[in-house]
Every structure is written in C-alpha cells, then in structure tokens.
Write a protein that binds this ligand. Structure first.
Ligand code: TRP
Length: 448
C-alpha cells in the first residue's frame, strides 16, 4: 500500500465545489432522469427519487467525502487508512472500481451520441426539419456501428486527455463559465417550454404522484438513480474528497451540489415532457427521449441553430466532467496503490474501458439480439450498476461511516455546531439509509 507523499489538492473551495458539481451534473440529469421518469410513469417515481436524495443521498454524500478527506487516499486505501490494515471493508473499494469501469463503459457511449448531435447541430440538421425526420435521427446513428464507435472513441479520448493532465488543470476555468451557462440555457428553454400547450400536463405528470403506478423495480430504479445522479456509491466522492485538505467544511458543499443537481434534473424533465405532451410523443419511449424531444424544440425557437449548438456542446461538456470523475477513481487507485505513473495508467484504464464499452455501443445494432438475463449489454451495464452495485456500495459506505467511524466522525462533519445534527447523521448512516436501501433491494429482487 502506498501512502502518497505529496498529494495534489484543490486550489480552493470553489474549485472543489465545481469539481463535485461537475461530477454530479451530467447525462444522469438531462438524459437519464427524464427518460426513466417517463418509463416509470411520472410523479410517484419523482417523489421517491426526491425522498431518496434527502434520506439516502445526503448522508452518503457527506460520508464519502469525509472518508476520502480523512484518508487522503484512493478508494481502496481510504478504507484501510481510516480503519486498519487488511480490513475487509476494502472490498467496498474494489466494488467501487468495478462500478466505475462498468458505468464509464456505457456512459461514454451515450457521451458519443451527444457528440453526434453536436455535429448535427453544427451542420444545421434540426431547424427546418420535420418532427418525423428529427425523431428518426438517433436511429440512423444506431444503425451505424462504425459511427457509434468513432464517437465513443472521441468521448473516451477526451476524458482520458483531461485526466492525463492531472487534477483539474484548466478544467476549473472552463467549468466556471460553462456550467453556469448550461444552467442559464436550461432556464431559457424552460421559459420557452412554459408557452407550449403541453407545459401544464408536463408539470402534472412530474409532480402529481399516482402511487398505483409504482412497481418494486421502479422504486429500486429511483433509489439507484439518486446514487447515479449524485455520483455516489462507488467512491468518486471518496476520491474527490481525498484532494481536500483536512478540516475543510463539507456539509455546505454537499447541500449546494445536491440542490443544484436536483434542480437541473427537474428543469430538464419539465422541458422534455412539455415537448412530449405538446407534440404527441411517447413519455415512456426510453433512452432516445432527450434526443428526440429537444431537437424538436430547437427547431421551433428563435435562433434555434445557435441554441442547439450551444445546448449539445454544453451537455457534452457536462458529460465529460462526469466521465473524468469515473476515470479518476480507477486511475488514482492504480497509480497510487500500485505505484504506477499516471500517464500509462490513463491509457491502459481508458483503453480497456473503451473496449468494454464497445459491447454497449453495438447493443443498438450488431449485438441488438444478444441478451444476458434478458437485457442487452447496454441495459445490463446500466442496471447492474444503478440498480445493484451503487445501492450496495452506498449502503456499505453508510454502514462504514456510521459504525466504524461513528459519532466522532459525525461530530467532525457537523463541526461541533449541533449535537442533534451529528446524532441525526450518525443514525441515518447507521440504520435509516442502509435499511431503506436494503428493504428496497430485497423487495425488487423478490418481485424479479
Ligand atoms: N453523476 C453523473 C451524472 O449524473 C454520472 C457519474 C459520474 C456517476 N460519476 C459517477 C455515477 C459515479 C455514479 C457514480 O451524469
């Protein structure tokens, strides 16, 4: 085990918040949240997701950051250094590495779809085209394995290039401008969506829970997504926390990142479903949802050309800042624990993840008929991580924080400001969060 002699640190508090928000805000908010909400029937799913963010997401978020910050080490060694040599808890770190690899393998494929749509925006393929034409565009990409693999390679290459440069070099400056720009653009689109005839129905769909629509699998998907969207359950936040100087305040960061992340998802959902209900689209149409709805909207707004270029570029950037947090987990572990230099590690890790991702990329064409457990490779990678590995990892991290590190750690996190808050944190981590996840996991497995 290597304890790194000199570790890089975030240059300041803002740099850290931007990095954590950059990791959290990504395809999970703009692409995945709306589509799984549509598949799961709307309001009730959203309600479960929001409760999960509060009850499960927040305590695990703070636990992960704390473990990383205290250990100043990668996902695996973090457990060893905060507990004892040889601790079985380091299995949680290994699970995290596995999750990182699998998530990034399909995440990069979707990142590639976004790049394809950047290209389509630049070459003006939305404005002046019919809704029917726009609807079929992602399908033409799906039908072309070569093009998919090329975009997948470009996206992965981009993530590798950034991680190669080391911690946040240059990225911080870009995040500072581009993340707020994405937010403003989404707000402008929201205003436009408010004038669509389907806006009211979109709000009703998202915010009126009809409990009878909820299945055990849907509830698990909501829990899983609360992990996915906040980048929890696999050590991304342990790794990012490890670049924080000890003693730096955590709770405010956690609240602001979680609030921002949730807000962006809800705004994206509102825009997308306004389009769905205005133009008679299918709410449950799945992973293609964002790629069909938003271009239709862009084709109808003033300056649609520029809006579409800006939007897809910003989403690509948001996806990239999330992807690097996944790659960083693996690279930091390999470089630090096995004492390898970062350069070759990035190449080997990124290259292997790219190769694994080929299975997901080909799920929409050549391997469409190949099913494992009834799922395509793409869906398998997604479900295995979101609905199993992340909840499991998150539950174990909560237990580790609550039982192994205990009340002293909670006091440190809360900064001695409130006994009650520290107690609440410790018992949420010990019992409430793990129990909630466990019950939901078992319930879904039973029904499956
Ligand atoms: N949170 C990101 C998103 O919503 C994806 C992501 C980045 C992630 N790092 C992660 C998901 C770690 C799970 C675990 O797009």
């Amino acid at each position: 085990m290597a304890t790194a002699s000199v570790r890089a640190h975030w240059s300041n508090r803002l740099a850290f918040i931007l990095a954590a928000a950059g990791s959290a805000v990504g395809l999970g908010n703009i692409w995945k949240f709306p589509y799984i909400t549509g598949v799961n029937g709307g309001g009730a799913f959203v309600a479960v997701y929001l409760v999960c963010i509060l009850v499960v997401g927040l305590p695990i978020f703070v636990s992960e950051l704390y473990v990383g910050q205290r250990a100043q080490a990668n996902v695996v060694d973090a457990f060893v250094l905060t507990h004892r040599p040889g601790t079985p808890w380091r299995v949680v770190g290994w699970l995290g590495l596995l999750s990182a690899v699998v998530i990034l393998s399909f995440y990069s494929v979707v990142g590639g779809w976004v790049l394809d749509f950047v290209m389509r925006s630049v070459t003006n393929q939305f404005v002046g085209h019919s809704d029917e034409e726009i609807k079929g565009m992602l399908g033409t990409l799906f039908a072309s394995p070569g093009r998919q693999l090329l975009w997948h390679a470009l996206f992965m290459g981009g993530a590798m290039a950034i991680v190669q440069q080391g911690l946040a070099a240059g990225l911080e400056r870009w995040s500072r401008i581009l993340m707020p720009t994405l937010f403003v653009l989404l707000l402008l689109l929201l205003v436009r969506a408010a004038f669509l005839p389907g806006f009211g129905r979109a709000l009703e769909f998202l915010f009126t829970p009809h409990t009878e629509q909820l299945t055990a699998a849907g509830i698990l998907e909501a829990v899983g997504h609360s992990f996915f969207t906040l980048s929890l359950g696999m050590g991304a936040m342990i790794t990012y926390g490890s670049y924080l100087r000890t003693g730096q305040e955590l709770t405010r960061t956690v609240f602001s990142v979680a609030a921002l992340d949730t807000l962006i998802a809800l705004v994206a959902g509102t825009i997308i479903f306004s389009v769905v209900f205005s133009f008679g689209l299918e709410a449950g149409s799945g992973p293609t949802l964002m790629f069909q709805t938003l271009p239709m909207l862009f084709a109808k707004v003033p300056g649609g050309y520029f809006v579409s270029v800006a939007f897809f570029l910003l989403v690509a950037f948001a996806a990239l800042t999330s992807a690097i947090s996944l790659l960083e987990v693996v690279v930091t572990y390999w470089a630090e624990h096995h004492g390898k230099s970062r350069g070759p590690t990035v190449l080997v890790a990124g290259g292997s993840i790219y190769l694994l991702g080929i299975l997901s990329a080909l799920s929409t064409n050549l391997l469409e008929g190949v099913k494992v457990l009834g799922l395509t490779f793409f869906d398998l990678a997604d479900k295995l991580t979101s609905s199993l590995l992340l909840p499991l990892g998150g539950m174990l991290i909560a237990l580790f924080f609550g039982w192994v590190l205990g009340p002293r750690a909670a006091d440190e996190v809360i900064g001695g400001r409130s006994r009650a808050a520290a107690l609440l944190l410790v018992w949420t981590a010990r019992v409430l969060a793990p129990l909630a996840v466990l019950v939901i996991l078992i319930n879904a497995l039973r029904n499956w």
